[in-house]
Design a protein around this ligand. Structure first.
Ligand SMILES: *Cc1c(COP(=O)(O)O)cnc(C)c1O
Length: 427
């Protein structure tokens, strides 16, 4: 049976895709471990973990069981006035594994919403202290989601801010952290953000950034001293620090959370993507007790947010099984092994003329080209080679499931090399 791709083409929006001249779509009928099976029977090795989410690949027995068991009890109940074991267990786990001091858990349905929640918490915190502030400071090339608050702190160029100009809050942008993760540190890298803070301190509610790894805004890894410096700036000038760990959380960078590279705790953290192992949409915003209590002492008396599917038991049950599996698994060694292999197998790419840089951190491998790729052409070639890799702009990158085999990883890297090397491809 083949899928009705024509109907898809005509009626379904796909992410960042034209409705009149859409990029081709491949129909998936099932997925297991690291393999996606297309409707024509072809199998592709997954290099994307469905956008950072599927830590253990697909069709994971423990996660299937958790979902099935929970579905027979209840899929959902409202969280207003009701609670349940899956949410309590998840809160315990998140408080235990996230950096110290983050103790109050707000569950929501997606990463972007968890960012909105974080921004609102920061605003309400200052309001409750009767020192209202109305701006956020962030760094260029960041990405925090597609809703309006999140968009306002996302890099203006990549997110086409001018389209929404009159509607978006005006935030403060410091330059992208200038020193890469593995370069020698130079403290002058903090000069510009320090100046911005000094000049606007009274009106900045929080600094928000992705710790160490900037994801969708450019797949760039910056120096841990920068993050430490930002924490120190926030302490000195009494600003809150929001860490968006939606992409970096749950071991992806080699630490359970990327903040650990700099040994810092933010005041608010956002987690999402991998939280349910890629099974369903769930996110969480954790704040310090001080923030939660201050908000609750304020004029509103409560935090003003409450999504319909808050604390969804089905998603929480799967998240619990996923986090248990992660903690019982030697993810440190696994991620380190993936890092070593990625470095080894992607290294030859740097010799290709089209390549600007090759970067690897944890289970993330990035090849940045000098020019943007034609996604339709490159995607087709990757599929022909039996791999699922989705490039964007000048970036070809992979963050495979942790359970990928060494042979599969080698095939992914080899596919990247051969695609770039193939002169027939217009890059
Ligand atoms: C993906 C992502 C988001 C948005 O999450 P959604 O679940 O897509 O809304 C926010 N911040 C970062 C760092 C992300 O990678």
């Amino acid at each position: 049976m083949s899928l009705d791709l024509q109907y898809d083409n005509k009626h379904l929006w796909h992410p960042y895709t034209s409705m009149i001249n859409p990029l081709p779509c491949y129909a998936v009928v099932s997925a297991d471990k690291c393999l996606l099976t297309l409707d024509n029977g072809k199998q592709l090795i997954d290099g994307m973990s469905s956008w950072w989410a599927c830590l253990f690949g697909y069709n994971v027995p423990e996660l299937n069981t958790a979902a099935k068991q929970q579905i027979d009890k209840m899929s959902h109940v409202m969280f207003g006035g009701l609670t349940h074991q899956p949410a309590i267990d998840l809160a315990k786990k998140l408080v235990a594994i996230t950096p110290a001091g983050l103790e109050k858990v707000f569950l929501s349905d997606s990463g972007s919403v968890s960012v909105e929640v974080a921004l609102k918490m920061a605003l309400q915190y200052w309001h409750a202290l009767e020192k209202p502030k109305s701006q956020f400071l962030t760094v260029r090339n960041g990405y925090h989601g597609d809703t309006f608050g999140a968009m306002s702190v996302t890099d203006p160029e990549g997110s086409m801010h001018e389209l929404y100009h009159d509607f978006l809050a005006k935030q403060l942008f410091a330059p992208q952290p200038g020193i890469a993760f593995d370069q020698p540190w130079d403290a002058t890298a903090l000069d510009e953000i320090t100046l911005l803070v000094e000049n606007n301190q009274a009106n900045i509610a929080a600094i928000i950034l992705e710790p160490i790894v900037q994801g969708a805004g450019g797949m760039y890894f910056y120096h841990s001293e920068y993050l430490k410096g930002v924490r120190a700036l926030c302490d000195k000038y009494e600003l809150l620090l929001i860490a968006d760990e939606i992409a970096t959380g749950f071991g992806r960078t080699g630490k359970l959370f990327a903040c650990e590279h700099a040994d810092i705790s933010p005041d608010i953290i956002c987690v999402g993507k991998a939280i349910t192992g890629g099974y369903m949409s769930l996110a969480a915003t954790l704040a310090t007790s001080e923030i939660a209590e201050t908000i609750s002492r304020g004029k509103a008396g409560v935090f003003m947010h409450g999504p319909t599917f808050m604390g969804n038991p089905l998603a929480c049950a799967v998240a619990n099984a996923n986090i248990e599996k992660l903690l019982a698994f030697d993810w440190q060694t696994t991620v380190l092994n993936i890092e070593t292999s990625l470095k080894h197998y992607l290294a030859p790419c740097i010799e290709l003329e089209q390549v600007k840089s090759v970067r690897v951190l944890g289970a993330i491998g990035v090849v940045e080209l000098k020019k943007a790729v034609d996604v339709a052409i490159v995607q087709k070639k990757f599929v022909e080679l039996g791999v699922w890799i989705r490039p964007f702009g000048k970036l070809i990158y992979i963050m495979p499931p942790y359970i990928i085999t060494p042979e599969q990883l080698q095939l992914l890297c080899h596919a990247i090399y051969s695609i770039i090397n193939e002169e027939a491809v217009e890059l």
